[in-house]
Design a protein around this ligand. Structure first.
Ligand code: ZN
Length: 182
């Protein structure tokens, strides 16, 4: 009966279609060990109010973003897949997210050490201040010793697709000018 229907593709749910996300946030004073995987993604979000009491006001939707047009400058952050261990020492893939100062510190380290430095390298990150990150390569911990095997089992998140889904979801939600009668 319904076989011949030419249904539109299902909407991306902006989250629910993706594997459960665990984030690594590098709080001030924290020390984190892990390995960066794949390429970083640059994310722009809008916030209302002043730090630290600012409230999330949505992702920046790009060229025609209303919040940008209203003069609310988008905040930059960088995301990248980050293999680390949970409390029990089990390796898990997370999304590392940090501000521009974090991205800058990583770029400076890479410039110093050379292209490819971060590939398969176990890193120790010490956030000593809001904008200060000490980044060092260390000997692999026992949990992260067999990187190739671990990485063959743990899928990285599709960060680009996730960001696009968030933007699309927001654009769809904001669209109140629909002429659909139901
Ligand atoms: Zn914007």
């Amino acid at each position: 009966m319904f076989k011949a229907l030419d249904l539109p593709a299902e909407k991306a749910g902006g989250g629910e279609n993706f594997a459960e996300v665990v984030r690594t946030r590098f709080k001030v004073g924290s020390k984190t060990i892990g390995v960066f995987v794949g390429e970083p993604v640059e994310v722009y979000t809008h916030w209302e109010g002043e730090y630290p009491n600012s409230k999330f006001a949505g992702v920046c939707t790009g060229e025609n973003c209303e919040q940008c047009q209203e003069g609310n400058k988008a905040r930059y952050s960088m995301q990248i897949n980050f293999l680390t261990t949970d409390e029990s020492g089990t390796p898990r893939m997370t999304i590392a997210e940090g501000p521009a100062s974090f991205a800058r510190a990583l770029r400076e380290k890479e410039e110093l050490k050379g292209e490819g430095f971060f590939d398969g390298t176990v890193i120790h990150i010490n956030r000593t201040d809001k904008t200060a990150f000490a980044i060092d390569d260390i000997k692999p911990t026992p949990e992260l010793n067999n990187l190739q095997t671990i990485l063959a089992e743990l899928q990285p998140f599709d960060l680009k697709a996730m960001y696009e889904a968030r933007i699309n979801k927001q654009l769809n939600n904001a669209d109140t000018s629909t002429t659909t009668p139901y």
